[in-house]
Design a protein around this ligand. Structure first.
Ligand SMILES: C[S@@+](CC[C@H](N)C(=O)[O-])C[C@H]1O[C@@H](n2cnc3c(N)ncnc32)[C@H](O)[C@@H]1O
Length: 277
């Protein structure tokens, strides 16, 4: 396990993923009934952007570092920037667990899984006083079968955000989406993936189309055309069972992020249904 999110926190990919995740969470928060979020690959929860790791890559400078003030913009962008600013941005950047935990009401729960022992220990320490948050040092993929459907709660989100260190990660992700849908049909699933070049993404989408899973929306943001497979040229978030109006809100958010994250005008966004309801 070489991947450490501390090198990448607050980069363009985090902004895209967390901005869209927040839109989903706002939908869940609209109803009084409690919900559960299962975050299968949690990281360590919050990141100091002055750290040696963050300074070494400087990725955040081309992400959250480009938003030094909360701009005029669509509600989705303003909400995201206000929420992360309240959590310390742009000096600190919240990981998915901190962002989710900051929104929980008494009736909601968060289950975090993290396999790296150091990051899992940091996460346990971070949430030691927050009874609604459970942290498990374990494999996030097998956690799906252990924790879905959530006990007592009928609504929720499964966030699957693997490090893509291994060659079979796209295949595992497609399988994890199917497993989540099967075990928690009322839940929403959001699965992040990198775009280095187009072929693996096409195969991933084809595998999902062939799987029989319904109601899949794909959101992607490219910084540039993915012709050089050695670079992270963009990323995507596959959302199963997206909430009402999510498609329109995702479009507004990504349209507002794109000119700042890809100022040379070579970027693009794409939101499309992979499989109908
Ligand atoms: C992309 S990072 C997660 C970032 C986090 N979701 C966020 O948005 O702030 C992926 C994390 O998965 C962890 N990891 C790697 N393999 C794992 C596995 N099989 N199960 C759970 N966690 C794993 C890594 O240690 C790393 O912290």
């Amino acid at each position: 396990m070489n991947y450490r999110h501390a090198y990448h926190a607050g980069n363009f990919a985090d902004m895209m993923k967390h901005g869209l995740m927040l839109v989903i969470l706002r939908h869940l928060l609209r109803k009084p009934a409690g919900f559960c979020v299962l975050d299968t690959h949690s990281g360590c929860g919050a990141y100091d952007l002055d750290s040696i790791e963050a300074q070494k890559t400087g990725e955040w400078r081309e992400g959250i570092g480009r938003f030094d003030a909360i701009p005029e913009g669509p509600d989705e962008l303003v909400d995201y920037l206000k929420t992360i600013t309240a959590l310390g941005a742009p000096t600190r950047y919240p990981g998915s667990p901190s962002l989710i935990a900051s929104l929980l009401r008494e009736q909601d729960r968060l289950i975090c899984c993290e396999l790296h022992p150091e990051d899992a220990a940091t996460l346990k320490q971070l949430f030691r006083l927050q009874g609604q948050v459970a942290v498990h040092e374990r494999d996030g993929y097998t956690a799906l079968k252990a924790f879905l459907p959530p006990r007592d709660l009928k609504r929720g989100l499964v966030l699957i955000d693997p490090p893509f260190e291994k060659g079979d990660e796209f295949a595992r992700l497609a399988e994890a989406i199917q497993t989540s849908r099967k075990l928690f049909p009322m839940g929403i699933v959001a699965a992040w993936y990198p775009i280095k070049h187009r072929a693996p993404v096409r195969q991933f989408h084809d595998a999902l189309r062939d799987s029989g899973v319904r109601d899949l929306l794909d959101c992607s943001l490219l910084l540039r055309s993915p012709t050089d497979p050695t670079r992270l040229n963009g990323c995507g978030l596959l959302v199963a069972s997206p909430p009402y109006r999510f498609e329109t809100q995702a479009q507004s958010l990504l349209e507002a992020l794109l000119p700042v994250l890809a100022p040379d005008g070579e970027g693009s966004i794409d939101i499309r249904r992979i499989v109908e309801e």
